[in-house]
Design a protein around this ligand. Structure first.
Ligand SMILES: Nc1ncnc2c1ncn2[C@@H]1O[C@H](COP(=O)(O)OP(=O)(O)O)[C@@H](O)[C@H]1O
Ligand SMILES: O=P(O)(O)O[C@H]1O[C@H](CO)[C@@H](O[C@H]2O[C@H](CO)[C@@H](O)[C@H](O)[C@H]2O)[C@H](O)[C@H]1O
Length: 479
């Protein structure tokens, strides 16, 4: 099992010393194949522990079709000598899991051992479909059942309500068009803690969905490919970069504006259905303290990897300090917490938001606290900058492109889409000066975080948030 964990994409303990100290069986779904749900406790040398969910499919004989998911041939205490596979890779096992959900009536619960299935929406699950495991860099495992439903199996689990389930449940009940409807979820109330642990959720499969990040990249690529032609449409006429963006097939601004409206509508429902807190001047000043603290930690931790971050620190402190001088109060509320274009999906008539778990690095208790909605808005603004800059980098790698021209066009795309998103978000309400000061601080704070993320995960991309810092602190070109 330890060897399988070490290979698993979703296991967060890779590269750290760790050992499995407990494996607790929550339930056995009889099958065939028998499907068990185990909760594995992983302990680190500093004494900290993490819980991971491992659903297993057990067969008396080896199954060649899923060799890649073999956890091990072994003698299971309850099942005897078996070959055990990670169940999300196995269609037979996923059919067993789906049938357990389908056997639960809407607005009701059912139980198998320590596993409790909950259903909310009036939707007849299609149990005749085949399951397909999503590939890609996911922190959890998502399995589509035909084009009917999507099961998300949470891997790192925590006692208490999972925010993704909680938010999908409230938004589904409120009839929000901006999430995939939640059909049900599974939890365990036995075992590792006094509080139940949420283990999985099943929701509407968004058949026509296109990833917002991919769509934005396609827009920037089209712009940069067409821009030369558009820039000189007729002899003697020369368009500036804003006009080129406007006239190009890469104009994404209408979508950005609709996305801004969708995020505002989601915020409104979240404000109405979760606790809110009124933040006064002292609370707002505490935001600046938090941002300063994150900056100091990043400057210290990244001293060797990104020494230039320290050069931006004084100007960044000024951006954060401006928040301390605001005479505002604002309503803190439940937010998405980790919003970027990769968490948005475009379906035929709408934008949908996914993955409401918040910033995975933060403890659960912190992730569900009321926060400023500007955090989500800032995350999206950063994402438009990322989309423009990442395509600009790809084009700059090609022969013969003028770097300054590319940069200016990418800036124009980012600026146009950031403005469109903000316009959609704010609707008819004009942003006040205080809103802009707060938003700038959240954006700078996010860029500081991104420098650490990129330095550790994609060192070649660290220039993207670094360049943003220069612009946000006024020491570089403004986007
Ligand atoms: N209801 C859905 N229908 C279709 N695809 C979805 C749905 N929800 C999420 N996805 C896709 O699955 C991917 C992973 O989902 P996400 O909730 O972000 O999982 P993780 O927490 O593992 O990152 C998303 O990027 C999105 O493309
Ligand atoms: O996807 P996660 O929620 O785990 O978030 C982490 O990875 C993101 C990258 O996948 C990273 O986002 C950064 O890069 C995006 C482009 O790949 C860009 O759209 C975002 O604006 C930028 O922050 C995120 O920061 C990190 O926490």
């Amino acid at each position: 099992m330890t060897a399988y964990l070490d290979r698993a994409r979703w296991f967060g303990g890779k590269g750290r010393d760790h050992r499995v100290t407990d494996v607790r069986r929550v339930a056995t779904l009889p099958g065939p194949p028998a499907v068990t749900i185990d909760i594995v406790t992983v302990r680190y040398p500093d004494g900290s522990e993490e819980l991971y969910q491992l659903p297993l499919a057990h067969y008396p004989e080896p199954q060649e079709r899923i060799t890649h998911a073999l956890v091990g041939p072994h003698t299971d205490d309850a099942l005897g000598s078996v070959h055990s596979y990670d169940a999300v890779h196995d269609r037979e096992a996923m059919a067993v899991y789906l049938r357990a959900f389908a056997a639960t009536a809407p607005e009701d619960t059912s139980r198998v051992g320590g596993l409790v299935f909950h259903r909310i929406a009036e939707h007849e699950l299609d149990t005749e479909t085949h399951s397909t495991l999503f590939s890609g860099e996911q922190s959890n495992s998502s399995v589509a059942f035909g084009d009917d439903s999507l099961l998300k199996v949470f891997r790192k689990v925590t006692p208490g309500s999972n925010p993704d389930i909680e938010v999908h449940r409230e938004l589904t009940r409120a009839g929000s068009p901006h999430v995939a409807a939640l059909y049900g979820w599974a939890e365990t109330d036995e075992g590792t803690s006094a509080e139940p642990i949420d283990l999985a959720m099943i929701q509407q499969f968004l058949r026509t969905a296109s990833d917002g990040w991919d769509l934005a990249l396609a827009g920037v690529r089209t712009l940069l490919a067409e821009a030369d032609e558009l820039a000189e449409p007729r002899p003697g006429e020369r368009l500036d970069d804003d006009e080129v963006v406007l006239r190009s097939g890469g104009d994404f601004a209408g979508e950005s504006e609709r996305l801004g409206t969708a995020v505002a509508e989601v915020h409104e429902v979240l404000r109405d259905h979760f606790p809110t807190t009124r933040w006064g001047a002292a609370d707002v000043a505490a935001i600046a303290d938090g941002m300063d603290a994150r900056l100091e930690a990043q400057v210290r931790d990244l001293a060797a990897l990104v020494p230039t971050l320290a050069l931006h620190a004084p100007a960044l402190r000024d951006v954060f300090d401006a928040v301390r001088h605001l005479d505002v109060s604002l309503t803190a509320q439940r937010v998405h917490g980790d919003l970027h274009l990769g968490q948005t999906l475009r379906v035929v008539h709408n934008w949908k938001l996914v993955d409401f778990e918040g910033e995975p690095a933060k403890p659960l208790a912190e992730r569900v606290l009321p926060d400023s909605p500007w955090r989500d808005v800032a995350g999206m603004l950063r994402s438009f900058d990322y989309a423009a800059r990442s395509v600009e980098r790809d084009f700059a790698d090609g022969a013969g492109e003028d770097a300054a021209v590319l940069s200016s066009r990418a800036s124009a795309w980012a600026e146009r889409n950031r403005a469109a998103f903000l316009a959609g978000y704010a609707g008819s309400t004009a942003l006040t000066d205080s809103d802009r000061v707060l938003l700038a601080a959240y954006e700078a704070d996010k860029a500081v975080y991104e420098i650490g993320y990129e330095a550790r995960n994609r060192p070649g991309w660290v220039d993207i948030p670094l360049a943003a810092l220069a612009r946000l602190t006024g020491s570089g070109e403004d986007t």
